[in-house]
Design a binder for this molecule. Structure first.
Ligand SMILES: O=C1O[C@H](COP(=O)(O)O)[C@@H](O)[C@H](O)[C@H]1O
Length: 448
């Protein structure tokens, strides 16, 4: 049951991903859509067909289109929700909240006044809450409805094949396992640069800003996988326990949100061959809000493994090029034979999230030269996953496996980590800088 069936998320991401999932795994399911729009079944079916558009037409997809129904409802009203739930057949009911966070929260409160089938699963999009206290309060409301392992707090990064790769990379290679710690690593950068600008999303983005949109959720998720201790197994409990432990140990570098954060906003410029207006001139933006389109924070992970290693999280819109990757920069060698020159550049590992590449930068001798080293790069292009990221996440929801979704305590911790920065920015303790669209953004923060 998609609540918010008439919205952008449903047609742009959810339904196309569902189509891929159905074509690959053919899960047994029935689809229902609900929203306030005054649609009938035919209108909904043609929306579904259009959204399924890119996927190959198969009998399984045709069956879904033929049997899907639309129910007009106000998802914040208990009577309407009761009617919706009754419209569903036996079997686990999955309520997917494809609505604005505030509406999802009201819907959960309304759900607490009706009887839900015991097997109901709730799927909630990011951002989950607006700070640690509201995320905690929402957790309480939701866990009164269903047990925690039937709640899926999702976003598409959780299903990105390149993000999933971090498990294999970290936990199946002795060569890496033994060097991913503060003895060997100088710094870790998680860089989520976007060339896209606002894309008509002011209604959401102007309230969220870059920090909440990308760092509080996606970047901290990537950090939790990079920094977690090896879980005993890939069970939902073990993986999420390890991720939660890392988040609990993470805080703004030096507990100083002013020195450890940077915010900026793009001005008019050219990205590739596109002229981009300044952020404040984009449709629907309220310049008085002072929303940032670029955010950078440095955090520390205070564990045995990582204490003292800066983790830099950065994202920005309308930058020169889209490049989302992790860089692990290693410390210098313990000893270099006297007379060997040019070794000063540190070894680096790039884990591409998008584009999908993995690259090692290291030093070897220049051709036929005993004394001078050269820089070489060893790389591999990674195959994109079979399923689009949302498809991967949906597969977990349909299978009843919450491993790839965020647990309630993790959601609270991610807010706790960014809250000091949000507070410092609200108080204007950190200046809002400008950067030109199409540039590389402001200069990087340096921390001691
Ligand atoms: O969740 C979001 O992610 C996209 C970036 O996704 P990606 O797969 O292209 O890395 C971002 O543009 C958007 O603002 C944000 O809400």
């Amino acid at each position: 049951m998609v609540l918010g069936a008439s919205g952008d998320l449903t047609s742009r991401l959810l339904l196309p991903a569902l189509a891929e999932l159905v074509n690959r795994q053919n899960p047994s399911m029935r689809l229902l859509g609900s929203a306030r729009a005054d649609w009938d079944d035919d209108q909904w079916r043609s929306r579904v067909r259009k959204a399924f558009g890119k996927a190959e037409t198969t009998p399984a997809l045709e069956a879904i289109i033929r049997t899907t129904h639309y129910v007009k409802a106000d998802v914040t009203a208990s009577e309407d929700l009761d009617r919706l739930v009754r419209a569903c057949s036996a079997g686990p009911l999955i309520l997917y909240f494809a609505v604005a966070p505030a509406v999802a929260e009201q819907a959960c409160r309304a759900l607490s006044r009706i009887a839900l089938p015991a097997t109901t699963r709730l799927v909630m999009e990011k951002p989950f809450g607006s700070d640690a206290a509201s995320a905690d309060a929402l957790n309480q409301v939701m866990t009164h409805l269903v047990p925690e392992d039937q709640i899926y707090r999702v976003d598409h990064y959780l299903g990105l094949s390149t993000v999933l790769n971090i498990f294999g990379l970290r936990f199946t290679n002795l060569m890496l396992e033994s060097v991913l710690d503060s003895t060997h690593v100088a710094s870790v950068d998680i860089l989520l640069d976007e060339s896209l600008a606002l894309e008509n999303r002011a209604g959401y983005y102007d309230h969220a800003g870059a920090l909440v949109d990308m760092l509080q959720s996606h970047a901290l998720h990537v950090l939790s996988l990079l920094a977690m201790e090896p879980p005993a197994s890939l069970s939902a409990r073990d993986v999420r326990d390890s991720a939660a432990a890392v988040l609990r140990a993470t805080r703004v570098w030096g507990n100083d949100p002013v020195a450890s954060s940077c915010r900026a906003r793009y001005t008019a410029g050219v990205v590739g061959d596109r002229a981009v207006p300044g952020y404040v001139d984009e449709k629907g933006v309220d310049p008085a809000r002072g929303t940032e389109t670029f955010a950078e924070i440095v955090v520390e992970v205070n564990t045995w493994r990582w204490a003292g290693v800066p983790f830099r999280l950065r994202t920005g819109k309308a930058l020169r090029q889209m490049d989302k990757h992790v860089v692990i920069t290693f410390k210098g060698p313990r000893w270099v034979p006297e007379g060997l020159l040019g070794y000063e550049r540190p070894d680096r590992m790039h884990i591409g999230l998008n584009p999908e590449v993995l690259r090692l930068d290291f030093n070897i001798n220049g051709t036929g030269d005993l004394r001078v080293v050269d820089r070489v790069h060893m790389g591999v292009n990674l195959e994109p996953g079979d399923l689009p990221p949302y498809g991967q996440v949906l597969a977990g929801v349909l299978a009843g496996d919450p491993t790839l979704s965020v647990r309630g305590d993790q959601a609270v911790q991610t807010w706790r980590i960014v809250e000091p920065v949000l507070r410092a920015w609200r108080e204007d303790a950190v200046p809002l800088q400008d950067y030109q669209a199409g540039s590389d953004g402001p200069t990087r923060l340096s921390v001691d």
